[in-house]
Design a protein around this ligand. Structure first.
Ligand code: AMP
Ligand code: GLY
Length: 426
């Protein structure tokens, strides 16, 4: 089958790796240095993508990132009879509008923190609420903001800074797909607990659970430093008891699927649940309408079964319900470690240094590129997140030892990676 895969990060490299092993010819737009058959068409150029699909007789289009989904690529391609995997614009609002998503959770009994929404720049009412909460809250910009829209506050001064940022974000991300009058934002009750990532593939009615994972979001060990796009991930999770797993299914996953059905939202794609395990049970923090990154770099290598038939069954509405992931995944532990450039996550990055040691990695180590440039068979760091590797082991300890032995082989000037991926779960 000919597949067009949209995106350019480590997640897309992992999808490419898996789909290529399953008798598919995979084309990418725009791809990256690790994905050899890339074509140079940007996903936001819908007409160029359509022309490319028709010219090359593409059988299936898969979106890695949320951008094409939130921009309505599914709505655009489906009338041309092109199978597109991922929700339409309406379903994509589960990620592209935090207010819309929280209202969906409330309507459908999905357990989530209390919230208050503000649209059209109602800053006076927001300030008065912040004073009531003594600044102890979370402030979230409504639309897509490249991971920069959430502010966890502990004081009035934090909260005021966050409120000020809402105004700036609405200017910077004016095309952020928020369906509300800008600036729109949320104030949420602050909750606490361990966070984990739950992912399913769904046809909107049935779903297959994928491997539960945990992302490590802060830059430095012991969860300190600025938030990043993710510095590594582990799966499955030793802390996930059968009871907690069942609570997540019954209080978060099932009500979501029932809600999609009862609201007639067509949803055929991956769906990600950012869950926090609080002392009152699991709470949903957010949905993503795609695979997480770097979670995908753990989920995909750990998948024993084939991915293509799952995607095709989901598209045809023929997915079987599997609330357990075990039969589809290896029982070993998989760990992914991300390498970043000096300066990340700021925009002041040390770039264009040669990456050495990639050829010395063991053949069983998965190597995924995100910001790598290739010139004459040499590789150079090209953006903040550069590459990641995934290794496995019989136990979490064995997987940790394995991945860190492999990390020692890689070097480039200014590189940074966390040395506690898989160890620190809080
Ligand atoms: P989100 O993009 O909505 O998942 O938020 C990003 C991060 O902010 C989450 O991974 C949490 O660490 C934190 N966060 C979000 N909402 C809350 C909340 N209600 N209480 C505490 N922390 C939160
Ligand atoms: N790792 C979280 C995300 O992809 O948004």
């Amino acid at each position: 089958m000919k597949i067009l895969l949209l995106g350019s990060g480590g997640r897309e490299h992992a999808l490419y790796w898996k789909l290529s092993q399953e008798d598919n010819l995979v084309f990418t737009a725009p791809g990256n240095a690790g994905i050899p058959s890339s074509i140079n068409v940007d996903w936001f150029n819908f007409s160029a993508i359509l022309e490319y699909i028709q010219h090359n007789n593409i059988d299936l289009v898969i979106s890695g990132p949320e951008g094409p989904l939130a921009s309505g690529m599914g709505n655009f391609l489906r009338p041309h009879n092109i199978p597109f995997f991922g929700p339409d614009q309406e379903g994509a609002q589960l990620e592209s509008s935090k207010i819309w998503a929280k209202k969906f959770m409330s309507r459908n009994g999905v357990q989530t923190a209390r919230f208050w929404s503000f649209v059209d720049g109602d800053f006076e009412a927001a300030s008065s609420l912040l004073r009531e909460l003594k600044g102890n809250c979370v402030v979230k910009y409504d639309g897509l903001a490249c991971g920069k829209g959430v502010f966890v506050c502990s004081s009035m001064s934090d909260a005021e800074t966050a409120l000020h940022a809402m105004d700036n974000l609405s200017k910077k991300y004016s095309h952020s797909h928020s369906p509300y009058q800008s600036p729109a934002f949320l104030i949420e009750e602050k909750i606490s607990g361990i966070e984990l990532s739950i992912t399913i593939i769904t046809d909107g009615k049935n779903y297959q659970m994928l491997l539960p994972t945990q992302d490590h979001k802060t830059l430095c060990e012991s969860n300190v430093g600025p938030n990043t796009g993710g510095m590594g991930a582990i799966g499955p999770l030793p802390l996930l008891t059968p009871q907690i797993y069942q609570e997540i299914i019954s209080q978060i996953v099932e009500p979501t699927i029932i809600g999609l059905n009862s609201e007639n939202i067509v949803y055929k794609g991956f769906l990600y649940f950012g869950v926090m395990l609080t002392k009152n049970g699991p709470y949903l923090l957010e949905y993503n309408v795609r695979l997480g990154d770097p979670e995908a770099e753990v989920i995909i290598p750990a998948m024993k079964g084939k991915l293509t038939p799952l995607i095709l069954n989901a598209l045809q509405g023929k997915l079987e319900n599997h609330s357990h992931y075990e039969s589809l995944f290896s029982s070993r532990t998989y760990i992914n470690v991300v390498f970043a450039s000096d300066g990340y996550p700021s925009e002041n990055l040390l770039l264009n240094h040669e990456i050495k040691g990639l050829k010395d990695l063991a053949p069983t180590t998965n190597l995924f590129f995100s910001g790598v440039k290739s010139i004459n068979d040499k590789f150079y760091n090209h953006s903040g997140r550069v590459l990641s590797i995934t290794c496995e082991g019989e136990t979490p300890e064995a997987a940790i030892n394995h991945v860190y032995q492999e990390c020692e082989r890689i070097s480039f000037k200014g590189m940074h990676f966390r040395r506690d991926i898989g160890k620190y779960i809080q």
